[in-house]
Design a protein around this ligand. Sequence first.
Ligand code: B12
Length: 214
Amino acid sequence: MSTLVEYESSERYLKSLLEGRRSECSSIVKDYLAEKHSFNELYENVLKIALYEVGRLWEYNKITVAAEHLATAITEGILNELYPYIIPNKYNGKKVVLTCVDKEEHQVGIKMVADVFELNKWESFLLGRGFPTVELIKFIDKIKPDVLAISLSVYFNFGNLKRMLTDINSIYPMLPIIVGGQALLHFSTSFLDEFPTVTYLTDLQQLEDFILKF
Ligand code: B12
């Protein structure tokens, strides 16, 4: 549940984002964290909310494509800026490979997911936007992760997700896979019944619970 502080921070962040003011965005984020909010709270209640609103404004032609691109670039820059505060002193020996579904271009969400793993001392191998599954399989073979995380944002890539799960599952039937992303909100998750090693997680809090129980 978002508090008033979170609502105000998200509004101020959105305003600065739309004006393209990178340093102001950076200050808002640092002030928010200085108020003892967690990274999960920052990501869910400030950055995600602002970017969803950017998407809505873009959908209704209220902002330009340039403004939308700038907003994403600033937010990705801020995630990179925060990385030194996220990286653990020592990893716990567990590894996660993170990627978007093949043909998926939205990578901010999966970057946040990688950070939550790092905050829990897992070593993360973030591949970002999607690419052919055959290349992903080669990478899994090399890294031998404990978990594979996949993100899906646009509904038309849903078929690619199912194909990826089928292909990966046929080679690594025991590999735990987590899937998430806003496109999955539009589908019944009953398709997961045929993939017993796949878990659907809706947000970073569910992810944190998954990691703590793993
Ligand atoms: C930025 C953006 C882009 C950028 C992405 C750049 C980048 N570097 O990522 C670009 C310009 C490439 C882009 C392209 C397109 N986009 Co776009 N985009 C957005 C926008 C504005 C923000 C995305 C974002 O970063 N959100 C913030 C993150 C933090 O949210 P999130 O991804 O949902 O992640 C959270 C959770 O879902 C979860 N999560 C995510 N993945 C995972 C994985 C696991 C394992 C777990 C546990 C959790 C988890 O964790 C995060 C924190 O809670 C959204 C608006 C929106 N609603 O998000 C539209 C949006 C996603 N885009 C949309 C569309 C339509 C497109 C295009 C088709 C436009 C076009 N005609 O070309 C293309 C598709 C390209 C492709 N093949 O993927 C639609 C999708 C509609 C739909 N129902 O599918 C949206 C919703 C905009 C809208 N309102 O219409 N886009």
